[in-house]
Design a protein around this ligand. Sequence first.
Ligand SMILES: *[C@@H]1O[C@H](CO)[C@@H](O)[C@H](O)[C@H]1NC(C)=O
Ligand SMILES: *[C@@H]1O[C@H](CO)[C@@H](O)[C@H](O)[C@H]1NC(C)=O
Ligand SMILES: *[C@@H]1O[C@H](CO)[C@@H](O)[C@H](O)[C@H]1NC(C)=O
Length: 405
Amino acid sequence: MGFCDLLGFLFVSYCVRQKNVEKKPSEKFDIEFQWSYINFTWRSPMDYHRAVSNLRYIPENNAMAGIKYYNDRMYIALPRLRKGTPVTLAFIPINSKSKNNPLLRPYPSWEMNVGKNCSSFQNVQSMEIDRFGVMWVIDGVRMNGLTKCPPKIVLLDLKDGGRVLHTYVVPNDVSLYQGGFLNDIVVDESDGGFAYITDNSVQDPGLVVYSRVYNKSWKLRDASMFGEIDASDFAVDGLMNDDLVPIDGIALGPLPVRRKDSRMVYYCALSGYSLYGISAAVLKNEELCKTGEWRRDIEYIGKKKSQSDGLIMDNKGNLYYGLLSRYGVAKWNTKKPLQSARNVEKDKTKFVWPDSFSFDMDGNLYLLANGINKFFSLTYELRLSSDMKFKILRSYTGTNSYLYS
Ligand SMILES: *[C@@H]1O[C@H](CO)[C@@H](O)[C@H](O)[C@H]1NC(C)=O
Ligand SMILES: *[C@@H]1O[C@H](CO)[C@@H](O)[C@H](O)[C@H]1NC(C)=O
Ligand SMILES: *[C@@H]1O[C@H](CO)[C@@H](O)[C@H](O)[C@H]1NC(C)=O
């Protein structure tokens, strides 16, 4: 209990001011939630027992990948990478009393998480939530044959119980129905709404652009989106990664001061050190994207100190990214050279595969560390144990998401 708490209401205004002054950006992440395995709020005990006995639910096979905060909830995407994964989109209340193994609540419903019905969510890796409370869900993990449904982008109204506002089925020539992998998404609210999405497909990697108002998508393919040989071999938590994993992380620069100025879209291959950028104005121009001319606008930014999975930009132009082989998180002020980036924190137990980031509205940055490489590995044997495999960490930055000014 601090000085201000003791004094109570007498010095309220003094203390409030002090608090704001005192709250400096933290250089550290604290554990908010952690899981040794994932379990859900089942509809009934019978439903749960049936799912366990018919292997519709195999606890150790469930993994979480994308996290996004909205209105006192943390929404969580659970890609189906193995069998026995009954839910692919869920949430936990941020004020959940249990910090260890809190149960996940299927979102928007159990029905919308049923496999083998192409109207419901099949295999979700990530999402973004815009300023209007619309969640842009990419249901596009299609590289493991667990579903035959085409990939889609689904817009949910979080202010209306997750009602489906819009569904867009992605054409096969934009993301392969068998072999595609819509991996991460940023949303640009200008010109009727755009999403920029990485397609991590090994067969056809690229950057997918979706225009909400034109209800249309196109794909950009370039060598800068491929994995790099010299960055392809690295071990995380004893497991060697030696695949050439293509484009994965994506971030969008902060809102420009003058409305007509363009924003930069940053991206990087997972098996890579290089970070690239391209103007959003170029991506939005479908005609230009059909020619080869757009490639002239790709900007090589520089080399990071490690491979990364997810990236996130704040509203002040700071880019945060994980350092996979160094078990840490780095921060780069995009107004300075990439060489000036520094490590926020490194810790071999906390940062096992830093994957997805999210800001809340109070200046906190959340990070999911998930050891997801083990779930992707075809030979790694997953086991139930008390080890904490998923961690949602939190750090105070005093900034907000790139979506806000
Ligand atoms: C999973 O959650 C249900 C409640 O929804 C509970 O009854 C069950 O015991 C839990 N199973 C495990 C293995 O924790
Ligand atoms: C498929 O899922 C949608 C959305 O949850 C639902 O409205 C529809 O009834 C389902 N169809 C079947 C055949 O179950
Ligand atoms: C958007 O495109 C999809 C094709 O994926 C189509 O089914 C849908 O009707 C279109 N919606 C609108 C509003 O044009």
